[in-house]
Design a binder for this molecule. Structure first.
Ligand code: FPP
Ligand code: ZN
Length: 327
């Protein structure tokens, strides 16, 4: 098995977060999530101090709007997805306290996005029917991190997720939508946070998720699709949440993730030979962390430092576990 080249990945992540140029401009619309991906990956690798903490915190607050939502960049609209990323960044940087009185505003923002049927829209300007189970997850995860789950209608939230479960045991974007492993993560994650995993047909869902592993070892997001490193997170973390991660071949998955790393530049791509990016780098490393701690898989992690191990990751909130237990 190839080894995880820690130093190269750290260089790649730091470069992606600090180099100003064409790519930086082009990714402005998702910058807050980009910061979350880079910081989380660096923390899992034990190198959080490689990015300037105060600058990152100031950036997060420059994206906080009057209505309590966060945007990806200062001149963009706030949405629930970037609000979760912003809160995740503040948790990683141990700066959640700096929200102060604005915490109530953030809670109000999340609350304002819930429809009467329990579903969520992504931002205040969206039409009522523009719901997505990603938004349910982001809303519930944000409130969980703010210790304020009771701000929304939790029963309706659960009822809506239940209504999105399909005949194959998996979940889609909204009621009746095609099953998709990314949405499975969001629905199972929402139920895990609300301690309602018992309403899921876990056997059926386990089969559907295990079926995502292809002969190359990688996982896909839906039947007939190509393997993609990010599903090493969306699908594997869902299997971990329903305690069925042993249903796939861990060694083959780890080999697939490591084979998608760029040997020269560092970083991980969606599949071997493609260009690496911070999104797939985080979800590849996060997948490896799950494999290491759920199967005692011995990974060869090369680094200038001795005895480096990836930090354990929380399968629901996708944050290094130590941050959540300290709270
Ligand atoms: C695949 O997207 C992934 C999803 C649909 C899940 C997205 C999840 C969130 C926004 C919640 C984020 C939270 C955490 C904790 C990380 P895709 O558009 O790449 O799908 P495709 O493979 O079909 O193109
Ligand atoms: Zn992907």
């Amino acid at each position: 098995m190839k080894s995880l080249e820690v130093d190269k990945h750290v260089n790649f992540l730091v470069k992606a977060a600090t180099t100003r140029g064409f790519e930086w401009e082009m990714t402005e619309y998702l910058r807050m999530s980009g910061i979350y991906w880079s910081l989380t990956a660096l923390d899992l690798l034990g190198q959080l101090d490689k990015l300037p903490r105060e600058e990152m915190i100031a950036y997060v607050f420059s994206c906080l709007h009057e209505n309590g939502g966060f945007s990806p960049a200062p001149n963009h609209y706030p949405t629930i997805i970037y609000t979760l990323s912003a809160i995740q960044v503040l948790v990683i940087l141990k700066a959640l306290d700096q929200l102060g009185e604005k915490k109530e505003k953030v809670i109000e923002f999340v609350k304002s996005l819930q429809n009467t049927d329990g579903s969520f829209i992504g931002s205040p300007d969206d039409d009522e029917e523009e719901t997505d189970t990603r938004f349910s997850f982001c809303a519930v995860a944000t409130l969980k991190l703010l210790n304020s789950l009771n701000a929304i209608d939790l029963d309706k939230t659960v009822q809506h997720i239940k209504a999105c479960q399909n005949f194959d045991g998996a979940f889609g974007v909204r009621v009746g939508s095609e099953s998709h492993a990314g949405q499975v993560f969001c629905c199972v994650g929402t139920l895990a946070l609300l301690e309602k995993l018992d309403i899921v047909d876990q056997e059926l869902l386990g089969w559907w998720l295990a079926d995502r592993q292809l002969p190359c070892g990688g996982l896909n997001g839906r039947p007939m699709k190509k393997e993609d490193v990010c599903y090493s997170w969306w699908a594997l973390s869902s299997l971990v949440m329903i305690k069925k991660s042993a249903w796939i071949d861990h060694k083959k998955l780890a080999e697939f993730i490591l084979s998608a790393a760029d040997e020269e530049m560092g970083g991980i791509a969606d599949r071997p030979g493609d260009i690496p990016d911070p999104f797939h780098t985080l979800f590849g490393i996060a997948g490896l962390s799950l494999l290491q701690y759920n199967n005692n898989l011995e990974l060869d992690i090369s680094s200038s430092k001795e005895n480096v191990k990836l930090k354990p990751i929380d399968p629901v909130l996708c944050l290094p576990s130590y941050l959540l237990h300290e709270k």
